[in-house]
Design a protein around this ligand. Structure first.
Ligand SMILES: *Cc1c(COP(=O)(O)O)cnc(C)c1O
Length: 239
């Protein structure tokens, strides 16, 4: 085994142990939580190693990096998640490889994704990204729609050809009422998810929690955690 392979093996094992013990503490089954490894800034060779180690879900946040990486790993049958802020001019490219776009936060993006998915003859899963620190109607600094904008977006996605409404995503806010209160933030996301599921029962994905706060997300009921640093190491640059 190469050094990198043993490093990734060890890190994955640690993350797996954290997820399993968070599930046990919360009285949840381990299979209720899916690990998505965020491979941004790391090379396709790492994605390949992760795949050999049993990882099935990977995430990227910049189309420029993700498109060639996904192409280089097309033989691995991984599920690719797009988790970054998305400009409409990148949508055609993203739809070419992303199975799930987790960062849907405005109507214009819904129409663009739908048109691209239809054109590519693909069905793209979508999560609505919620900004728990955004005011009514506004979007957060790091993307995401304010909670009172979820319903309108959900209706748009549900009616959009080529798109499938899968659920909600959030990043724990650094500012506002939920700053330093990850657990409360994620519990709020779960409440919003149950409101969403009243109208859209199949939209049951809840993507929350990263390297630093995955335990809080699992405790709150997240179905997907997005872990980068704890698996791959500290990123060489901001990604
Ligand atoms: C980078 C990133 C992650 C992973 O963050 P880590 O702290 O490295 O685990 C999760 N979600 C999103 C949206 C990201 O951009």
């Amino acid at each position: 085994m190469t050094d990198r392979a043993s490093e990734l093996t060890e890190n994955l094992h640690k993350v797996e142990t954290r997820i399993a013990s968070a599930c046990a503490s919360a009285g949840r089954n381990r299979d209720e939580v899916t690990l998505i490894v965020v491979t941004k800034t790391y090379p396709a060779s790492d994605v390949r190693l992760l795949s050999e180690l049993g990882v099935r879900h990977v995430a990227e946040n910049r189309d420029q990096d993700a498109a060639p990486k996904a192409a280089a790993c097309a033989d691995l049958s991984l599920t690719w998640h797009f988790v970054g802020q998305l400009q409409t001019n990148k949508v055609r490219s993203v739809v070419g490889y992303a199975d799930v776009v987790q960062s849907v936060d405005r109507i214009k993006l819904v129409s663009a994704l739908s048109a691209a998915a239809v054109r590519a003859e693909r069905e793209v899963g979508t999560l609505i990204q919620v900004a728990l620190d955004a005011d009514s109607g506004a979007r957060g600094e790091r993307g995401g729609v304010a909670p009172d904008g979820i319903e309108e977006l959900a209706t748009a996605v549900a009616g959009a050809p080529g798109l499938r409404l899968d659920g909600l995503m959030t990043v724990a806010p650094l500012a506002g009422p939920y700053a330093n209160r990850e657990q409360a933030a994620f519990e709020r996301l779960l409440e919003l998810s149950s409101l969403l599921r009243a109208d859209h029962p199949a939209a049951n994905m809840v993507s929350a929690g990263m390297s630093a706060d995955l335990e809080a997300a699992v405790a709150a009921g997240a179905t997907h955690v997005r872990v980068g640093t704890a698996v791959l190491g500290v990123r060489p640059r901001l990604g």
